[in-house]
Write a protein that binds this ligand. Structure first.
Ligand SMILES: *Cc1c(COP(=O)(O)O)cnc(C)c1O
Length: 466
């Protein structure tokens, strides 16, 4: 499609400026532009059609199935958007006097209390702007805790090989050495490997449970006990809380701090690039190190982000929790699990599950055998699905499964959709057997087919040359 500047035609315009109702002011020469501002010239109809054309190129949960694993791409109740667009909340300035912000502070207090209840934590900060930022904040709590006790020798963070890439990155950014441990054949933490690396230099463990292959680790209490026994602390990556909310709490599993992606589980649409919020909760003994509470050497409070963080994301989370309530939260969790297991059962007839046992909110397919037989890769299948009108699953993650496709249907999909999805997977599988070339070159129905991912990320062209 054409850029709005390419559609521009001299003289087409919309006059929107109201008549001047204040005294005119002459600008000094230094305040004036040297050349006229270049704006596209279009009529109102043309502008409206341009944006509609853009909208039509976007794929979201409102278009169809979006099973991007480890991302919780669910439909969010519209009431959350309605609440988050109320002028009393959107019009507030972070420097407004306390007397004008009582309502906003109440929102954060309530959201903190309810998310604390859901995660089993005693205190909460909403400053971090994303999951990875929350991890950074949480691991800094662990660091401050050891530092305050003069326990300087703890310089290692243990991370299982199934972890989300942000976990080892976070530990490294906080100055820790990252110790990787293996998963056992069931996809869970290998206890012998864990015991072998625990010691006086263990600062902590970072873990997702259920992990990134969608499996709940039955040894979780033993895992957190072993880490504590060695003097380390336990960090829970709660980016996706759909799998446990209202049923199981990280705090009860033995974790000391946690982050939750409010932009995954708690109603802020995810995938558009932000804003998000990585709420960080901790047990009472870590509370004094939370941003806002902890002080720097000069006495100023430690901040990991300006002001109170992305407030409207917190507001949506509160609206969502109150809307679902004590019954709705566990019901959403159970439905997410039911949907994932239902879909896994359907797809088991098509491709091989990486771990063929009851899953939690997501599961991973392993297409290695299919690739050997047909030459068609997980990437080709993912691209082929696009031509059938659905969004591809997450690919090649976690790294412990080769040719991985990771699906997370979420609780907001109905049974008919899941049945249709199985049919689509069957059709794509068959297509790969009959005509592998058509999948090597898929998708065929999108504006662009296969961009060079590496070039696009290393050398993004974000500005049109006109
Ligand atoms: C999404 C995710 C993260 C990172 O969250 P961001 O908001 O993208 O920084 C961390 N861990 C897991 C398991 C995730 O799924």
């Amino acid at each position: 499609m054409k850029l709005i500047f390419e559609k521009s035609k001299k003289g087409h315009s919309v006059s929107v400026l109201p008549p001047l109702d204040v005294p005119a002011v002459q600008l000094s020469a230094s305040q004036k532009r040297e050349s006229a501002l270049r704006l596209p010239e279009l009529s109102e109809t043309e502008i409206s059609r341009h944006y509609k054309e853009l909208v039509d190129q976007v794929y979201g949960v409102n278009n169809g199935f979006y099973p991007l694993g480890s991302c919780t791409m669910k439909y969010n109740p519209r009431i959350d958007e309605e609440v988050a667009s109320m002028p009393g909340f959107t019009g507030i300035h972070p420097l407004a006097p306390a007397s004008a912000t009582a309502g906003c502070r109440k929102v954060m207090e309530e959201a903190g209390r309810l998310l604390g209840e859901i995660s089993g934590m005693d205190a909460m900060t909403f400053q971090p702007a994303a999951g990875a930022h929350g991890e950074f904040t949480g691991v800094m709590l662990i660091k401050q805790y050891h530092d305050a006790r003069g326990d300087q020798k703890r310089n290692k963070i243990i991370v299982p090989d199934s972890a989300h890439g942000t976990n080892p990155a976070t530990a490294a950014m906080c100055g820790y050495e990252v110790i990787n441990i293996d998963s056992d054949e069931k996809g869970c933490v290998d206890l012998a490997s864990l015991k072998a690396v625990l010691g006086e230099d263990t600062a902590g463990l970072m873990l997702t449970n259920p992990n990134t292959v969608g499996l709940f680790d039955p040894n979780i209490l033993e895992i957190t006990r072993l880490v504590h026994e060695a003097g380390g602390l336990c960090y829970y990556d709660g980016a996706n809380l759909n799998a446990i909310m209202g049923r199981v709490r990280p705090g009860d599993m033995g974790f000391d701090c946690v982050h939750m992606n409010l932009h995954k589980t708690f109603a802020t649409p995810h995938g558009g690039g932000g804003p998000g919020a990585g709420a960080v909760g901790c047990k009472a003994f870590l509370k004094e190190y939370l941003p806002g509470s902890a002080l720097m050497k000069d006495g100023a409070p430690i901040q990991v982000r300006s002001f109170a963080g992305n407030f409207l994301v917190v507001l949506r989370a509160l609206a969502y929790i109150l809307y679902l309530g004590k019954e709705g939260i566990p019901e959403a969790c159970e439905t997410a699990l039911l949907n994932a297991n239902y879909l896994m059962k359907g797809l088991r007839e098509v491709f091989t599950p990486a771990y063929d046992r009851l899953c939690m909110h997501e599961f991973v397919l392993d297409l290695s055998d299919y690739k050997k037989e047909t030459g068609v890769s997980a990437l080709d299948v993912a691209k082929g699905l696009i031509d059938h009108g659905i969004h591809p699953p997450t690919m090649y993650f976690p790294l412990i499964v080769h040719e991985a496709l990771m699906l997370e249907p979420t609780e907001t999909e109905g049974r008919e959709t899941l049945d249709q999805v199985v049919e689509i997977f069957k059709a794509v599988k068959q297509q790969g057997m009959d005509d592998p070339e058509s999948l090597h070159t898929a998708p065929h129905k999108t504006p662009i087919g296969r961009p060079d991912d590496v070039a696009a990320s290393r050398n993004p062209i974000l500005k049109a040359e006109l």
